[in-house]
Ligand binder design. Structure first.
Ligand SMILES: [Ca+2]
Ligand SMILES: [Ca+2]
Length: 247
């Protein structure tokens, strides 16, 4: 009888999730919450030719000291991504990406709808040419199929940036940040970050100036689990006491 009672009590605890079976250990390390997950996000880590580390594809950077833009945003360092030179004189795009951010070990929280993201980046352009960049984060399932995409920057965003006199050009573009946020889709296993720079006709350089890319995931709180657990234990204890008292 005592064994039966213990078994019932254990079953009740399982039902409220207090004795959840231990999951098999995963080899992947959970991505940290509340931290920028972008590698070389400010393009400060470059080789002697100004090519950004940790990015693949178009990796050319410019220095703020070249005075192609308005003043550098606070904390933006010395360099920024621009796209690339030697492009045919027509509307065309060029891109850079980095190794996908592994969120496989964050799956339980993601699938419970508890993980949200923040994506932001600073943008500018070469004078009033109209070249621009878009930074996107594509949420992918375990088979690398897209579950959705978030993006910042656009042709309209860059066209709306202030035109300033920087001492070299009277029509230099200023810098500003664009940001978006949302819920990480259920089933997300990894996030692919990409910059696509687009040049307008005229000139041979893609001037989709981009800097200080920030992509973070945050964990939403759930209702006090300890309070719920205590209430459940209290309820079960009272039931057990009543049961024993009746015997
Ligand atoms: Ca920078
Ligand atoms: Ca250009």
């Amino acid at each position: 009888m005592r064994t039966n009672w213990l078994r019932s009590f254990a079953r009740a605890l399982l039902a409220v999730g207090l004795l959840a079976p231990v999951a098999a250990p995963s080899t992947a390390v959970a991505a940290p919450y509340d931290a920028n997950l972008v590698l070389n996000p400010s393009f400060e880590n470059v080789d002697g030719g100004g090519n950004a580390a940790d990015w693949s594809g178009a990796v050319d950077t410019y220095a703020y000291s070249q005075s192609y833009t308005g003043a550098a945003p606070a904390g933006a360092g010395d360099r920024y991504w621009f796209g690339g030179a030697g492009i045919a004189d027509e509307v065309s795009s060029i891109s850079a990406s980095q190794s996908p951010i592994d969120l496989s070990a964050n799956a339980a929280e993601i699938n419970a709808g508890r993980v949200r993201y923040d994506l932001s980046a600073f943008f500018s352009s070469y004078r009033t040419q109209g070249d621009y960049a878009v930074v996107s984060a594509t949420f992918r399932d375990a088979g690398n199929a897209s579950l959705g995409q978030a993006s910042v920057g656009s042709e309209a965003f860059v066209a709306g940036l202030p035109v300033v006199d920087n001492g070299v050009y009277i029509d230099a573009r200023g810098w500003a940040s664009d940001a978006t946020s949302g819920l990480v889709p259920a089933g997300t296993n990894s996030v692919l970050l990409e910059i696509v720079g687009t040049k307008t006709a005229g000139g041979a350089v893609v001037d989709g100036y981009t800097d200080s890319i920030d992509f973070q995931v945050h964990l939403n709180p759930i209702p006090e689990p300890s309070a719920l657990a205590l209430a459940a234990i209290g309820g079960l204890g009272l039931a057990a006491w009543r049961f024993r008292k009746r015997r």
